[in-house]
Ligand binder design. Sequence first.
Ligand code: DAH
Length: 338
Amino acid sequence: MNVEQVVVEAMKKIRNAGFEALDGLRAEYLGRNGCLTQILKSLSQYSVDEKKKIGSAANIAKNTIDSEIEKRKEKLKKNLFDEKVKKEVLDCSESFYFPFSKGGFHPVVQMIQEMSSVFVSLGFSVAEGPEIETEWYNFEALNIPQNHPARDIQDTFYLEGSNSLLRSQTSTGQIRVMEQYEPPLKVIVPGKVYRNEASNASHSSIFHQIEGLSVDENITFVDLKSVLTEFSHIFFGSGLNVRFRPSHFQFTEPSAEIDIQCPFCKGKGCRVCKNSGWIEILGCGMVHPNVFKAVNYDPEKYTGYAFGIGVERIAMIKYGIDDIRLFYENDLRFLKQF
Ligand code: DAH
């Protein structure tokens, strides 16, 4: 047989071979006494030109046969696996004792997920920002200059030897997003914030907020009002009234706070709402032109609204929890209820 005939024959045999036969075929064609080795051994009887031709053809043939054997092996392995999978049946009814209790998300995380999914359904994307920030992101870019009294209520922890601090508000996320993207944008930024203040039933030095920001041409207070009213109705139920109260934030003008009718007494007045019938749920407003200037957006062209929601506060309203410290004590009797 010449080299070509050997290859044709080998290919045919390999394609029909099972696992066990493949090793035999390897020996038959490539082994020390194999056909191709024999051909190479017999080269001495040929002229120099023919030696070259037959020698190189035999070497190519060796590689071809070798790779065909490997390919066949892989195919057989895959067939075997597929057959095994086909035969396997998962018995879902089988009972199984698992000695550990199943974990769950912390109520604050659950609350962030729940609120985020409402905002996502209203067209918002979700972004995140760093907890260690500079004064510029936390204050200056948000229209709170150095020595401005608005810094007092947002006192936080400063990192020694640098101008970094732990962010006191997720509003830093507004700046980070606007630095990175051009309008139109509609985004929420959930995360942890820090304040230098003593803990009590309603204050904690670490808590969570969800920031919101929407910027485009022709965004008006109507957009703010409709989106946040819709959020309140989806989240707390459409039966509760919502009211907008004038307020002040350095980074919005005009600014407002939103109250919902107390879900516990439905507005009649009770201990939770301190007899007012209303509970404050968030701060909001139209983005201040100075904030746009800080991120090189043209305040003549773009307008936008922003809002900030305290996550623990919302969880406390929703579940009637009267002490914020319960969230951080890792007491399973509390946590397991969510
Ligand atoms: N950053 C504010 C705070 O921590 C909350 C807030 C109010 C955020 C109004 C906003 C806003 O984006 O428009 O008290």
